[in-house]
Design a protein. Structure first.
Length: 240
């Protein structure tokens, strides 16, 4: 699986749980670190949306394509299972993470730093020591309705995911949408700064979305939820 692909059928998603050739390839992971200061944690929805945008920024960065310095790692990562792991940092931990090669993406108040893929068992020590747990976040106020004219990543209302897990799943959905878009739609999305919303669908709506043919993430079941669970549907205007 390489970055020059424009389409990735949902039935052949690299996020599905069934074993295939991707499982025999060397396994890499895309690290994401969310800044969670004790006194001012970000709202959950803002963190999810910022994580999804961070994945898109990494995919579109000139260092990730062609002969860029991160391109080989990106190709190796996408040739295997598309794993993402979200860890949290604060204070000095966050400053050490910012010193490593990567990209920091900001939302309304959320900050997420995304790093080039690393081997599954080869994390830099300043990232490996960060905690995966403790990423439970809340929305002080319900998020506003999603703009139907803009991309929306619809979460499965029947799944109870931690914020960190949901951030990774939102990133998966954004990536599937990116792969399926035309080059023109990709360029337009990138130039606009990757606007998107992450919302929890109503149960009846999610059932319809799963059958709509839009990009669908089926989790591999490594953490929190059962293998094959439908977690997110990516609804982008360019794919309707």
């Amino acid at each position: 699986m390489s970055t020059d692909q424009t389409q990735q059928p949902a039935a052949d998603s690299p996020f599905r749980g069934e074993a295939d050739a991707r499982d025999t390839a060397p396994q890499y992971v895309l690290p994401l670190v969310v800044r969670i200061e004790r006194a001012a944690p970000p709202p959950r929805t803002d963190a999810l949306e910022t994580a999804a945008r961070a994945v898109l920024v990494m995919l579109s960065d000139e260092r990730s394509v062609g002969e860029g310095e991160w391109a080989r790692a990106m190709r190796d990562w996408q040739d295997a299972r598309i794993r993402k792991v979200v860890r949290r940092a604060r204070g000095a931990e966050w400053r050490r993470a910012e010193a490593l090669p990567g990209i920091t993406v900001t939302g309304t108040s959320a900050e997420v730093r995304v790093f080039p893929p690393v081997p599954l068992d080869g994390w830099p020590k300043d990232l490996a020591r960060l905690q995966v747990s403790g990423t439970d976040l809340d929305d002080p106020e319900p998020p506003p309705p999603a703009d139907p004219a803009a991309p929306v990543l619809w979460l499965n209302p029947d799944l109870n995911m931690s914020a960190g897990k949901a951030m990774a799943q939102a990133g998966h959905a954004a990536q599937l949408a990116w792969w399926e878009l035309t080059d023109a739609d990709r360029a337009a999305w990138c130039e606009a700064g990757f606007p998107l919303s992450v919302r929890t669908a109503r149960p009846a709506d999610f059932s319809a979305l799963v059958g709509s043919g839009l990009p669908l993430v089926r989790d591999a079941g490594f953490t929190e939820i059962a293998p094959g669970s439908c977690t997110v549907v990516a609804d982008h205007p360019g794919l309707r």
